[in-house]
Design a binder for this molecule. Structure first.
Ligand SMILES: Nc1nc2c(ncn2[C@@H]2O[C@H](COP(=O)(O)OP(=O)(O)OP(=O)(O)O)[C@@H](O)[C@H]2O)c(=O)[nH]1
Length: 803
């Protein structure tokens, strides 16, 4: 490849690399050297800089024209124009305007002082330039003129030093050929920062103005004041040329002509002319690049590997070419998985730093709902409150019995109290669920703000619907609870009014055992809900004869007329086994009325010695009801017809069967039986005794206990069911929606392209990193493509600076 072509390629490559580096945000830069032009006042600095840049946009003239540093940044671009920092929005394409603005800004900046160190920033965009910076500095002045301060020389001196100090700055030390080189301030200053002259290029201007017969041959031959990089002689436009608007191209031609026709200079073409100066500068740059690129390449390769690793860990490399639909499904699958992990705890990468909201919801259910809102003391009635209510029912009347209506009203009233806490519970869990959704969305969808917005909108709508539905369901449940009171609930027998279960749970057989077999609703069924429910009568079926068992004694005893079974006194068939006392309507084919467990009953015995009668008063040891109709005692009597022995035998056999017996003696009032004339036993004599007193407090107490027990059951059921309803309706149904409908609804309602428009910090970070990765990859590719990178030969001049 010819060297000129190499340089063309170099301009392209370097500019591409600069672009690539700019997008890597890495700070990696070719750092092409700045070129600072220094020299005495009116030495021709601006003219040199201009001819290097190839455009005429700097003010020139006699006197001190450049009074501020002019920072000219050359930037490759398709169009050619100038921008000034002072007017960032204006693109100057007329260079005369640029000149004028620079002059104005200079005047403004130096209105109260001779010079200013604040640079005027210019950007020169052109398709023909490399990205590098040229700095025109004010001329060194010796004697203050006009309003210039006394220390003007020092001021300018210090400013120039500041600019040329960095080792990455090439110094163009401009001296007019009309001056003695030994007095060159430019060279003196350059030597201070570059004593070896490694980055200083001597430029001799105004060769055309030298006295006739004199020339700068010995200077240009580097013999007078040697510099490592030597001297270049140039002829710029004279003040007259400037005024006559001779353009740079014409000036360049005139310069060429001048040197070719000059007797001395035409023999030293490699030392004179603006083109030569450009070529030298190009060479400097090329050398610099050649030196720097291998290091940059290694740095880029390392950076590329780092970025690749980071992107892989962020799962961001694969997404690159995926289409929007696939991306939507990918993102939503991640979101669904995170939601499931939150609620179901199926996350295999179990979080050890933070409790997921699902766990918070669980704790809230147990602590704040079951044992909080739904366990408030105010929801329940105290014994005193029930008792007061019962007393209030009768007013001045004597208490007779508590009606079923009273029971219903009171239970209903308490049950309805649960409505508000249940609703509140729904709201609490809905609010937590909303938080969980938002958190999961933030985690998984934040990179796609439109999608996140759509997901949140749909889920919030669904959550609201579910919340409403759940409240309605629970309200309906309360209504259902009030609609039917299951007073035969199995727990009625086992919960005390404080809601505590007895140590031993009753089995269904227990439930049956204590149950009275009402002759009108008798059944063989062992199902408590059917057989025990007085509102659910079933056909009366005669029982089969009792299974053969070891009978200790059996026979007829009379059942009292207030036994709750019969309206009249009636003989019943009783058998005593080691385990049970059973009462049948009759011997053989009779129906079993009751079967009582010996260990659970006690029998009080009254003996009427005169009549040889014995009355056996059977009750439960725990005081509970004997029958469905709520009698606490069953009175049976041996009527004495078989003599004393038979009465004694009954009593002894009860004892033998392990029943707790109590001798009640010989009662004063005798055995009270209405004479019903029943067969086959003689009728006991009617006894004139006062009617039994109604025990208000005992009956009310029983009623109160039943109410308290029942509302306890209601409460426990509500405590049990409410969280189930809530979790099902609020969370499970929401998850079903997320799994089955959400994506489809999102696709139906929104524009897919817009949905998947990335945004948000996380995505921006990923994108930035990905573009850095791409730029680095490109930069490495560009550097690798430079075959001449390791070639030592220095290329010929080219058009880095526009011709
Ligand atoms: N004949 C001739 N005139 C030149 C040459 N170089 C510069 N001039 C003129 O010298 C004057 C000063 O040139 P400038 O380029 O403004 O010099 P400067 O060093 O930038 O001046 P200050 O910034 O004011 O210090 C201008 O009128 C130029 O036209 C040259 O090589 N030959």
């Amino acid at each position: 490849m010819g060297s000129n072509e190499e340089m063309k390629e170099l301009v392209t490559v370097i500019n591409k690399l600069q672009d690539a580096f700019a997008s890597t945000y890495s700070g990696v830069n070719l750092e092409l050297p700045k070129i600072a032009v220094i020299g005495g006042q009116s030495a021709g600095k601006s003219s040199v800089l201009e001819s290097v840049a190839g455009r005429d946009f700097l003010p020139k003239g006699a006197g001190i024209v450049t009074r501020c540093p002019i920072n000219l940044q050359m930037i490759p671009d398709e169009e050619e124009y100038v921008e000034l920092l002072e007017h960032p929005d204006v693109r100057y394409t007329d260079f005369n305007d640029v000149k004028k603005v620079i002059a104005d800004v200079t005047d403004k900046e130096t209105a109260d002082k001779a010079v200013s160190s604040k640079p005027i920033m210019l950007r020169f965009y052109s398709p023909h330039v490399l990205q590098l910076t040229l700095v025109d500095l004010p001329g060194l002045t010796k004697i203050p003129v006009g309003n210039q301060p006394e220390d003007i020389e020092q001021l300018v001196h210090d400013m120039i030093l500041e600019y040329i100090k960095p080792s990455n700055t090439l110094i163009l030390a401009v001296t007019p050929a009309t001056e003695d080189l030994a007095n060159s301030d430019a060279l003196k200053l350059a030597r201070r920062v570059d004593p070896e002259g490694e980055r200083t290029i001597g430029v001799l201007t105004k060769l055309d103005l030298m006295d006739k017969g004199t020339d700068a041959r010995r200077v240009l031959e580097n013999k007078i004041y040697p510099l490592k990089r030597g001297y270049i002689g140039v002829v710029n436009r004279s003040q007259k040329d400037v005024e006559e608007k001779v353009d740079l191209r014409e000036a360049r031609d005139a310069e060429e002509k001048f040197f070719l026709e000059h007797a001395v200079y035409r023999h030293m073409t490699d030392r004179v002319g603006t083109k030569t100066l450009q070529r030298v500068l190009n060479r400097q740059l090329q050398e610099h690049i050649r030196e720097k690129l291998p290091g940059i390449r290694s740095e880029m390769i390392k950076q590329k590997a780092d970025l690749q690793q980071k992107l892989q860990s962020m799962d961001a490399l694969e997404d690159k070419d995926i289409n929007d639909n696939a991306l939507l499904h990918q993102v939503m699958a991640r979101f669904t998985k995170t939601m499931e992990a939150c609620f179901e705890g199926f996350d295999y990468s179990v979080d050890t730093k933070e409790i997921v909201l699902g766990v918070v919801i669980n704790e809230t259910i147990n602590t704040n709902i079951i044992n909080g809102l739904l366990n408030e003391r105010s929801l329940m009635l105290t014994k005193e409150e029930v008792m007061t209510a019962l007393r209030n029912l009768v007013g001045v009347q004597n208490y007779i019995s508590a009606s079923q209506q009273v029971f219903k009203n009171m239970v209903e009233k308490i049950t309805k109290k649960f409505k508000e806490p249940m609703k509140k519970s729904v709201e609490i869990i809905a609010a937590l669920t909303q938080k969980a959704i938002e958190k999961c969305a933030r985690k998984e969808i934040i990179s796609y703000p439109h999608l996140e917005e759509a997901v949140l909108r749909l889920l919030m709508e669904r959550l609201q619907d579910n919340e409403l539905k759940c409240k309605e369901d629970l309200e309906r449940y309360i209504k259902a609870e009030c609609a039917f009171m299951n007073t035969n609930h199995p727990w009625m027998g086992r919960c005390d009014s404080d809601g505590h279960s007895h140590k031993r749970c009753l089995s269904p057989s227990d439930y049956d055992e204590g149950k009275a077999k009402n002759p009108t609703t008798l059944t063989n069924s062992t199902n408590p809900s059917k057989s025990a429910n007085p509102t659910n009568p079933v056909e009366l079926k005669p029982l089969l004869p009792p299974k053969p068992k070891k009978v200790l004694h059996q026979g007829y005893l009379d059942l009292a007329s207030d036994s709750q079974f019969f309206k009249k006194k009636k003989p019943v068939w009783i058998t005593i086994t080691p385990l049970h006392v059973s009462i049948y309507t009759d011997h053989g084919e009779g129906t079993e009325l009751m079967q009582l467990q010996n260990t659970k009953i006690k029998i009080g015995v009254e003996t009427d010695v005169a009549r040889r009668r014995k009355k056996f008063i059977i009750s439960r040891i725990d005081g509970s009801f004997m029958t469905m109709v709520q009698a606490r005692i069953i009175e049976t009597m041996y009527n004495g017809t078989k003599g004393n022995e038979e009465g004694e035998r009954w009593e002894n056999t009860f004892k033998e069967a392990g029943i707790q017996m109590e001798d009640l003696g010989n009662p004063v009032d005798g055995l009270v039986y209405e004479d019903e004339g029943t067969e086959p036993h003689p009728t006991p004599r009617k006894c004139a005794t006062p009617p039994p007193k109604i025990d208000f407090s005992k009956d009310a107490h029983d009623h109160m206990e039943r109410i308290l027990k029942y509302v306890q059951i209601v409460k426990q059921t509500i405590q049990d069911l409410t969280p189930k309803y809530i979790v099902h309706t609020i969370i499970k149904e929401l998850m079903t929606y997320v799994n089955e409908r959400l994506v489809a609804e999102i696709q139906e309602q929104s524009d897919l392209k817009k949905l998947m428009e990335p945004g948000g910090e996380e995505e921006l970070k990923k994108r930035k990193m990905r573009s850095m990765f791409d730029a680095t990859t490109e930069a490495v590719g560009i550097i690798n493509s430079l075959a001449w990178l390791n070639v030592d030969a220095v290329g010929e001049p080219s058009f880095i600076f526009p011709a």
